[in-house]
Write a protein that binds this ligand. Sequence first.
Ligand SMILES: [Zn+2]
Length: 164
Amino acid sequence: MLTCGCGRWMHTEGIEERMNSEGAPQGFIRSECRGCGLTVGVDVPEGQADGLVDRMLWTDDALHRLDRMPPYLAVLVREDVEHDIRRHGQRVVTLDTLLRSRTGERIEWDSEAEGRLKRVPAPVRAMARIELERTAADRGLSRVTVALMEEVKAKYFGMGAQKA
Ligand SMILES: [Zn+2]
């Protein structure tokens, strides 16, 4: 945690995910001293923000993504992600942490659908998995099938997806 010049702990207001000048991901932590009102911003390399925040904190990016999920799903995802973060002794939830988590739904994948997901470009894959499982859950389906993938492909797989 950060200590203010006046001797008090600084309160963490939020974290933004940014790139440094070399294009490497880093966090920008906003902190405020509630005693004297001093505010500071600190750049830290990715994965090193945990010691500089005063509680479990979601980055602005992760929060924004969570806010766009349907409320019932957001609750499950939040529980799942925070459980996972605690288990690893971490404090900061990044967009990447969020996308790597399971959705909380018990959605199975047909092997053909799973195979097709592997061909989706990596940057889109985690998001595609979540969106597909969410769509399946919304419809009360227990499996992601190729037919379902075809259906939502235009929306989520449009960019750079390879032909089967
Ligand atoms: Zn102060």
